[in-house]
Design a protein. Structure first.
Length: 269
């Protein structure tokens, strides 16, 4: 069977980036079983031949109406599929979907009828919001980073920007490479529309948001950059924990040092 990626190097490159990141998520221990999901907006790579491809699934409801997604195409990790498998075989552990004209349903078009991630309402709501703002962001990543999730089991870290400031203060790069910080979303049922709505709301101010006691959700121009933002935050959490394990509370960079960083790197906050 011919893959949708065949003779489409630009599209294949983006899907292969998803596979590369999926491998990192597994190596980091952030992707137990089927944990985590990735979607990318691939509409820009779609040609007439793809637009004419017959659906290979029934029409399925998204659960929300998303006007900016009309006629859009997304590569999505499959529900219940493992990141470690996706890393080696992205088109056997994910699929390409087409959003239908009602903006509330989709069909799978390639390569196999693999049902997309259960977090599709969150992912697609976020892509819809990004398109409504003409954002250059095309990728969304949800994963289960151990140390960041552990922090959400402590009430003080759930207060606005407490975790952000602590994580920024552990090493200068975290503020430079995750300049909008870490938003916090109080616990909501996984895959629910409520979680999707809270996610878009919080992403107005942050590129990475925490789903309390569950995982993070990040957006960026491509999947590699979304991964990098999560990775620098979790690195800071590891430094914090290392200091605590050595028996002391880390000093953290001072507010002045962090302000100096913002000026030098022209950071938004
Ligand atoms: P899926 O296998 O449906 O993508 O779910 C994994 C997950 O992390 C849910 O939050
Ligand atoms: Zn999850």
């Amino acid at each position: 069977m011919k893959s949708i990626l065949e003779n489409r190097p630009a599209l294949a490159k983006e899907v292969n980036k998803v596979a590369e990141v999926a491998g990192y998520l597994w190596q980091k221990g952030w992707a137990e079983r089927n944990g985590g999901n990735i979607t990318i907006n691939i509409t820009e790579f779609v040609d007439d031949e793809i637009r004419e491809m017959e659906p290979i699934s029934d029409v399925k409801a998204i659960g929300v109406t998303l006007p900016y997604l009309k006629g859009g195409y997304f590569y999505c990790k499959g529900t219940n599929k493992r990141m470690r498998d996706l890393a080696r075989r992205p088109m056997e552990n994910g699929s390409v979907i087409r959003i239908l004209d009602d903006c509330a349903s989709y069909v799978i078009i390639a390569d196999e009828p693999i049902a997309p991630t259960s977090e599709l309402p969150s992912h697609l709501s976020v892509h819809n919001d990004l398109l409504s703002k003409n954002s250059p962001y095309k990728a969304s990543v949800h994963t289960h980073p151990i140390e960041l999730i552990a922090m959400t089991h402590c009430r003080k870290f759930l207060e606005k920007d407490v975790a952000t400031n602590l994580l920024w203060s552990m090493i200068p790069e975290t503020k430079a490479f995750c300049p909008r910080g870490l938003g916090i979303i109080p616990y909501k049922l996984p895959s629910s529309v409520e979680l999707a709505e809270a996610t878009i709301k919080e992403l107005q101010d942050y590129d990475v948001v925490m789903w309390e006691k569950h995982g993070v959700f990040a957006v960026d121009c491509d999947v590699m950059q979304a991964f990098d933002q999560i990775d620098v935050l979790n690195k800071s959490a590891l430094i914090y924990i290392a200091a605590k394990n050595m028996g002391f509370e880390p000093d953290g960079m001072s507010q002045e040092q962090m302000k100096e960083m913002s000026v030098a790197f022209k950071l938004p906050k």
